[in-house]
Design a protein around this ligand. Structure first.
Ligand code: ADP
Ligand code: MG
Length: 259
């Protein structure tokens, strides 16, 4: 990641005191397995949160609960003022506010890039085709691959496909973006182009929760790093203090392995 990006990202980003996500005393089980234990987390609008922690600690499960890809069993999750319950209307509303990008891009291989980007706006949001295509081109420009619009996913590099996946989420005009290890499946030379796209989103004030092992990104862009282990939030801090002055033994051990 180049330095100028980092500095400009820091300078422009602001956090408001409006709450985007509020998780209170939340627990989740997979069958008998207590995967998330008493999670409390408040995310303000404009915050960029990096979630770190060992494999199996519940990071994916936690962010998947925020758009109800997973259901929690106790406690409360409120997204943009909407409580996630079994009420399908609320789930739809929350999903319309929250975009998600996964490790694997999940593009439809038999559709062009443009068709991948316009599918949900046209069929779910009932946006007229032409308007959906204009929006799609706007976001393809933003992720710097407008020339790929008429190709198929298989013709693009992994980094380009992941940028398409980000653009596809943005076409739904989310207010919050969730990222689950968006660069983990990419070759090293493609990681930067995806991180740069995420940095731009951060600069524009997008509220972001990112599970990532890219600690350079965390240091540059996050205003808060959350460390999870064994289904709990063990520690959270601003990146400077998180990396330089970790408090718990578990965090120190994790950092000694990855840094
Ligand atoms: P992380 O993203 O931190 O690696 P996950 O949230 O994917 O962790 O998983 C947390 C724990 O829950 C792991 O032990 C995993 O094996 C388990 N797990 C994840 N998904 C399921 C599932 N659908 N059913 C049962 N167990 C699961
Ligand atoms: Mg995971």
């Amino acid at each position: 990641m180049s330095e100028p990006n980092i500095q400009s990202a820091r300078a422009k980003m602001q956090v408001s005191d409006e709450v985007a996500v509020q998780i209170t005393a939340m627990n989740k089980w997979y069958g008998q397995f207590h995967v998330l234990r008493d999670i409390n987390l408040t995310v303000n609008r404009g915050e960029r949160i990096v979630i770190a922690g060992p494999s199996g600690s519940g990071k994916s499960t936690m962010i998947r609960c925020i758009n109800r890809l997973e259901e929690h069993q106790s406690g409360q999750i409120i997204v943009d003022g909407i409580e996630l319950t079994s009420d399908l209307k609320n789930i739809d509303k929350v999903r319309s506010e929250v975009g998600m990008v996964f490790q694997h891009f999940n593009l439809f291989p038999h559709l062009t890039i443009l068709e991948n980007l316009t599918l949900a706006p046209i069929w779910v949001r009932k946006v007229p085709k032409r308007e959906a295509e204009e929006t799609a081109m706007y976001f393809l420009e933003k992720v710097k691959i407008p020339e790929q619009a008429h190709k198929y996913p298989g013709q693009l590099s992994g980094g380009q496909q992941q940028r398409v996946a980000i653009a596809r989420s943005l076409c739904m005009k989310p207010r919050i973006m969730l990222f689950d290890e968006p660069t983990s499946a990419l070759d090293p030379e493609m990681i930067k182009e995806v991180l740069d796209t995420m940095i731009e989103l951060a600069e524009e004030g997008m509220t972001m929760l990112c599970v990532t092992h890219e600690m350079g990104f965390a240091q540059a862009v996050a205003n808060r790093v959350i460390f999870m282990a064994d289904g709990q939030i063990v520690e959270q801090n601003n990146p400077h203090d998180f990396f330089n002055n970790p408090q718990s033994e578990r965090t120190k051990q994790f950092l000694s392995q990855i840094l």
